[in-house]
Design a protein around this ligand. Structure first.
Ligand code: ZN
Length: 280
């Protein structure tokens, strides 16, 4: 998003290293690991099952980090850890989340990858360089509807439930279809990516049933949800065990640096994803 909430970002620039909670770091028996690329780009790796969220974008709006060139080259080439990606998820079509031409190039190069994206993404791809009608067979396009949408990919190794949560920033961005994806990998680890979801509570109340129906092991909300609501409310609202804030600006705002909650701020950071037992 163009920052309406990141105003504080311009007031302070802190280079303090943020430390993740002790149990956030990956360990060998985690069913899945999250790798942070930049902005809202995250790779989730669960053994042979791999998905990418908002991985291809080219606009920083002079505010948000871009993916380092070597990392993007590895992703485009399908080199580890970006080998064997099953599906790419796009939250919405803003330039700090999505680039239609790059997505066309990626799909052309990786001819088994499925793309899950809002209808607006397909429209942009179709009019961008590199589009092929053959891509349609691999697109799972989310219509702009209010009810939850379910998808099963990779022979059931990837189970998706998606809802539209309006983009932050109010009526001026209401025309942007912003999808919040809850994805379960290998029936073992569940993550949630919300794009640039609004902090307006009624949008979540409308989907209370969706959030209640399955526990998320680690959600990746935009950092402003955490700074507006507080971590406990985010966890409760999303029905998430753990949360790691994303979309952190280059100049970290004080509400991030002063927070005790967890955020992805540096490309290459990782977090473990694991279900908690009732007693931890
Ligand atoms: Zn946006």
């Amino acid at each position: 998003m163009k920052p309406v909430i990141a105003l504080a970002a311009s007031l302070i620039c802190v280079s303090a290293a943020l430390s993740a909670p002790v149990d956030a770091h990956p360990v060998a028996d985690d069913p899945a690991t999250a790798h942070f690329l930049a902005n809202e780009a995250v790779l989730i790796e669960a053994g042979e099952t791999k998905i990418l969220f908002d991985p291809l974008f080219t606009n920083s709006y002079n505010t948000y980090p871009l993916i380092p060139a070597e990392m993007k080259a590895a992703m485009m080439a399908g080199e580890a850890p970006f080998d064997g990606v099953d599906a790419v998820f796009v939250s919405h079509v803003h330039g700090d989340h999505f680039d239609a031409e790059e997505m066309n190039a990626y799909l052309a190069r990786h001819d088994t990858v499925i793309l899950v994206a809002p209808h607006q993404a397909r429209l942009e791809m179709q009019s961008a360089a590199g589009w092929s009608d053959a891509f349609d067979a691999r697109l799972r396009i989310m219509p702009f509807v209010s009810e939850a949408q379910a998808l099963s990919l990779a022979d059931g190794a990837i189970e998706v439930s998606a809802v539209h949560i309006p983009h932050a920033g109010g009526p001026g961005r209401a025309h942007i279809q912003n999808m919040a994806y809850r994805v379960t990998l290998n029936d073992a680890a569940t993550v949630m990516h919300l794009g640039d979801a609004t902090p307006d509570m009624p949008a979540y109340d409308a989907h209370a049933g969706h959030f209640a129906e399955r526990r998320t092991d680690r959600a990746f909300p935009p950092y402003w949800l955490i700074s507006r609501w507080g971590g406990d409310t985010v966890r409760a609202r999303l029905n998430a065990e753990d949360i790691t804030g994303i979309h952190t600006p280059i100049r970290l705002p004080i509400e991030v640096t002063a927070s005790r909650e967890d955020f992805f701020t540096q490309s290459g950071e990782t977090r473990g994803i694991h279900p908690h037992s009732d007693d931890d």
